[in-house]
Design a protein around this ligand. Structure first.
Ligand SMILES: NC(=O)c1ccc[n+]([C@@H]2O[C@H](COP(=O)([O-])OP(=O)(O)OC[C@H]3O[C@@H](n4cnc5c(N)ncnc54)[C@H](OP(=O)(O)O)[C@@H]3O)[C@@H](O)[C@H]2O)c1
Length: 326
């Protein structure tokens, strides 16, 4: 049997190197299951992996995509821990933009049936990142303020909704005015426009309360504004660099304000946590998705045959994820 897969044979611009190809459908070996994709996400890190600049690359030729959800559709010999039809994470290591893939049954991440399928498809990278950024980097207490840029990104919207649930207050930077109302409707406490000098008046926003954590996935001026807005001893966590520029750190804030700068990478963090640790984080994410505490918008869905349009769409200003469906 043959199946479709979106693959690349060299690293480069996704619009040039990706191809929709037919490959052999894998058969599960003893101890494995085959998972059939329901929906996969298009994420910024996919471009890094296809382009060759990401922290971890696949051997070529490679199936693209890192995140998706599917159902078990075949069991290898000796597998009795799951049944056909169980919804699980689509195995990300082999590439998520293919119709089916095999995985060791012991490594399956089972998705509770209460989690809507579109939410499940985008649950495995950005929500756990947001969760760990809020829970594991700085010891925050209810009522504390935090700051983030890319407030309308999937991480940003997860931060807004989770922070609300944890009793934290958020200031979210965005670069388009039309985002302010929808973000506030999703629970944002305060939304500021990038490049408006908002950092100078930040104590009016927080009424003098300190800001101990800033989350930076953009870089450039918006990251510098965060450092200016952070309180003495505050921490800026950089986990993305959408402007593609070096992160600059004004020296005086390092010395006189004792501001700290650290990085975060979910892939590395998840490896450190191990399967049980990741499952624990994902149980928290799934619980919030199941009861509606966390609900991320979907901008659009495209069939595999229109992957080019999907990538183009994902690169445009939007509020929500673009999904690929086989
Ligand atoms: N380190 C980790 O473990 C980790 C994990 C997850 C995500 N990330 C990173 O977190 C970031 C967000 O990921 P996501 O999937 O949540 O994003 P997303 O939903 O695809 O949204 C992309 C965001 O980036 C903004 N953006 C793009 N180019 C920009 C620019 N030049 N200047 C300012 N803003 C820009 C977009 O704003 P507009 O809508 O205005 O274009 C939007 O807010 C990415 O950098 C991703 O790689 C890192």
């Amino acid at each position: 049997m043959q199946q479709f897969a979106i693959r690349h044979h060299s690293f480069g611009d996704p619009s040039e190197v990706l191809k929709l190809e037919t490959i052999d459908q894998p058969e599960p070996k003893a101890g494995e299951v085959r998972v059939r994709l329901e929906a996969a996400a298009v994420n910024p890190s996919d471009y890094g992996m296809i382009g060759g600049s990401y922290g971890r690359l696949r051997e070529l030729p490679a199936v693209a995509g890192r995140e998706g959800v599917g159902t078990v559709d075949a069991l290898g010999a000796g597998v009795d821990s799951v049944s056909v039809g169980t919804r699980v994470r689509f195995p990300g290591e082999d590439g998520a933009w293919q119709v089916s893939a095999c995985v060791d049954a012991s490594e399956l991440l089972i998705v509770p049936p209460e989690v809507p399928v579109e939410q499940a498809a985008i649950s495995f990278i950005n929500p756990p990142t947001a969760y760990c950024l809020l829970k594991k980097m700085v010891d925050l207490q209810p009522g504390d303020w935090i700051l983030q840029n890319a407030g309308n990104s999937a991480v940003g919207l997860s931060v807004i909704q989770m922070a609300k649930a944890f009793g934290l207050k958020t200031i979210s930077q965005v670069r388009r005015e039309e985002l302010i109302a929808p973000l506030e409707a999703m629970g944002a406490d305060h939304v500021v426009m990038e490049g408006t000098g908002w950092a100078k008046g930040v104590s009016e926003i927080t009424r003098g309360a300190p800001i101990r954590l800033a989350l930076n996935s953009i870089g450039g001026e918006s990251a510098t504004d965060q450092i200016k807005a952070l309180s003495d001893g505050g921490t800026q966590v950089t986990f993305g660099g959408m402007v593609g520029d070096k992160v600059r750190f004004p020296t005086r804030f390092l010395i006189f304000n004792d501001v700290r700068m650290v990085g975060f990478w979910w892939d590395r963090y998840a490896r450190r946590l191990g399967h049980d640790g990741v499952r624990e984080v994902m149980q928290a994410v799934f619980a919030m998705m199941a009861d509606g505490t966390l609900s991320l918008p979907i901008e659009s869905q495209y069939p595999f045959s229109e992957y080019g349009l999907a990538i183009k769409h994902a690169n445009q200003p939007r509020l929500g994820k673009v999904l690929l469906v086989p």
